[in-house]
Design a protein around this ligand. Structure first.
Ligand code: URA
Length: 411
């Protein structure tokens, strides 16, 4: 029976709800082996899934665990990013949105591969708890309107098991699997309104606009089935998001933005855009009206105040964010204008430094990372330090030419 199901997918036939249920529930119960699941996942990756199959798989993932209900707390908005290099957006927009009076419960993950995870970043704040129980989540949102915590272990446990296998079998980038994985977690976590930030480019899971659009359509359709409003944004992940990559450094950069000290860069624009989309969904107002609230929240200090409340409520000490004192530099190989910064190469470097993981259980070093001194479009001179690299011990750095594309004029 199990082999018949694999063969059916290999032959591009549609699997029924029952067949998917037997296979996936069987995997969680230990009746289907890793190699059989890996084989089916690869067949799905190559041959795709019909909408009906994707809806069925999403339901099977949701039903594998708890379904949280926070209806009493009002309309909850959530946001999910498909992952990027230097992506500290959640740290910035969750407090902004909450300070506009829109309750936010954000369940986040750890980094894997070259992309970082919000939970790892928050753990660079000494004492910050990321393992809140359902009751603690409920009480904290009632009190301060904001929680950022790890995914509780009973939320879509099937997705957790499958995702770990996908990560090591080259099956992460399947659009049907990404849609079911993300939407099952968002629906099970009780979000009423969901914003998905779909990243495309070199440092992302998805490389083309066409794939991103397909993913977006699927997620909106899944949301409709469960009566959740889903909006999507497709954003560029060819260049890193902001100046910093690495856990402590990214928290410090997020604080700068929340305090209004950074403006006028791609990351800040993206944060304002996503925050106003969330506030618009939550309050049922136009995006332009929402943007005014968002800007006011940052300019008047409400957003940073909300971040401080979050850190306090979850036991963190902001005075204890460690950044390594040992510095190395990447030096410009020529003069000109920075035409491109390779996000993927920087992601690889961050893992080499110890800021990210190359295997699931690896310990990370929160104090190491990369701080860019220039962004795309800026003028540099040969010999300028383009980036400071915060290291634990000396490493062999990549050449400037492999990361920074410097041209006589902007291409
Ligand atoms: N993020 C997820 O949670 N799941 C995926 O499949 C891809 C990105």
């Amino acid at each position: 029976m199990i082999v018949d199901i694999i063969n059916k997918k290999r032959l591009k036939e549609e699997l029924s709800y029952k067949e998917l249920e037997i296979f996936f529930n069987g995997y969680l119960d230990g009746k289907v082996a890793d190699y059989q699941m890996a084989s089916l996942l690869m067949a799905i990756c190559i041959n795709g899934m019909s909408d009906e199959e994707i809806f069925a798989l999403t339901k099977i993932f949701i039903d594998s665990g708890d379904i949280l209900d926070f209806d009493e707390l009002g309309i909850l908005v959530d946001k999910h990013s498909t992952g990027g290099i230097g992506d500290k957006v959640t740290l910035i927009i969750a407090p902004i949105v909450a300070s506009c009076g829109c309750p936010v419960i954000k369940m986040s993950g750890r980094g894997l591969g070259y992309t970082g995870g919000t939970i790892d970043k928050l753990e660079s704040i000494e004492g910050f708890r990321t393992d809140l129980s359902d009751e603690e989540i409920y009480e904290q949102v009632k009190k301060i309107g904001l929680v950022i915590t790890g995914q509780t272990k009973d939320l879509a446990p099937m997705d957790k098991a499958i995702y770990a296998l996908r990560d090591v079998t080259g099956t992460v980038c399947s659009i049907p699997l990404i849609a079911s994985s993300i939407m099952s977690k968002k629906i099970a976590s009780g979000a009423d309104k969901i914003l998905i930030d779909i990243k495309i480019g070199k440092g992302a899971l998805i490389s083309t606009v066409e794939e991103a659009q397909k993913l977006s359509e699927l997620m909106i359709k899944i949301g409709k089935i469960y009566n959740r409003e889903v909006r999507t944004k497709i954003s560029d992940m060819n260049i890193p998001l902001g100046f910093c990559i690495g856990n402590s450094l990214e928290v410090l950069e997020a604080i700068d933005i929340l305090q209004g000290r950074e403006d006028n860069n791609f990351l800040v624009d993206l944060c304002y855009d996503l925050s106003s989309e969330m506030v618009s969904m939550s309050k049922g107002i136009s995006k332009d009206e929402a943007l005014l609230l968002v800007k006011e929240a940052v300019n008047k200090g409400y957003a940073y105040q909300k971040f401080l409340e979050l850190v306090k409520a979850q036991g963190g000490n902001l005075n204890k964010i460690k950044v390594s004192k040992k510095e190395m530099y990447i030096i410009a190989h020529k003069s000109g204008i920075i035409n491109n910064i390779d996000a993927l190469e920087l992601g690889k470097l961050s893992v080499l430094l110890g800021a990210g993981r190359s295997s699931k259980d690896q310990k990370i070093d929160h104090s190491v990372g990369i701080k860019l001194h220039y962004l795309v479009g800026e003028k540099v001179k040969r010999g300028d330090a383009l980036a400071t690299i915060y290291v634990k011990s000396k490493v062999k750095l990549p050449k400037s030419v492999d990361i920074f594309d410097i041209q006589k004029k902007r291409l």
